[in-house]
Design a protein. Structure first.
Length: 169
């Protein structure tokens, strides 16, 4: 009897919840070619957590920088939660810098990659993982030139035409 209760508790405790993507940086897919991605945590205030979980976040102009051996995200727009009184947080700035949580080993790898010219660290998406924690996927990548973007678009068009012809054949 007790064994079945314990197994039921263990089965409930380790239930896996699906990952929920809250926001994506769609421009980053078009403007950058990526080399490596990392999953990092973020330090937030209580009203920022509620705002992000309700989907009010924008990663469009945000960028990740290394300062004093720490990772910081800049220009991530998290507006004040709609149910929070502005009197409780009069000092709030929706675009202030927020610290990212990363291990020392990962930070060393990221800083080694960013020493190269034209390499940047971009936040790609913000999501809630299966443990209900807010995580950010950052990618280390290189800014593409217009010529490279045009070449990629041409390749996509050629591939679409080939697919159409194969479908009609």
């Amino acid at each position: 009897m007790t064994n079945t209760i314990c197994w039921k508790l263990l089965a409930f405790e380790y239930t896996v919840f699906p990952m929920k993507i809250i926001s994506k940086n769609k421009i980053a897919y078009h403007d950058y070619s990526f080399e490596k991605d990392y999953e990092v945590g973020i330090i937030l205030k209580w009203h920022e957590v509620k705002s992000i979980k309700s989907g009010q976040v924008n990663l469009k102009d945000s960028v990740v920088r290394i300062q004093n051996r720490e990772l910081w995200i800049k220009n991530m727009d998290v507006p004040l939660y709609k149910m929070t009184s502005p009197n409780l947080v009069p000092w709030y700035n929706p675009k202030w810098d927020r610290k990212l949580l990363v291990t020392k080993r990962e930070l060393a790898k990221i800083s080694a990659l960013t020493d190269k010219p034209w390499i940047v660290v971009i936040p790609l998406e913000i999501y809630i993982n299966n443990k209900w924690l807010i995580k950010i996927k950052i990618w280390v990548g290189k800014l593409m030139r217009k010529v490279e973007k045009k070449q990629i678009l041409k390749e996509k068009d050629i591939q679409k035409q080939m697919d159409r012809e194969m479908k009609n054949y």
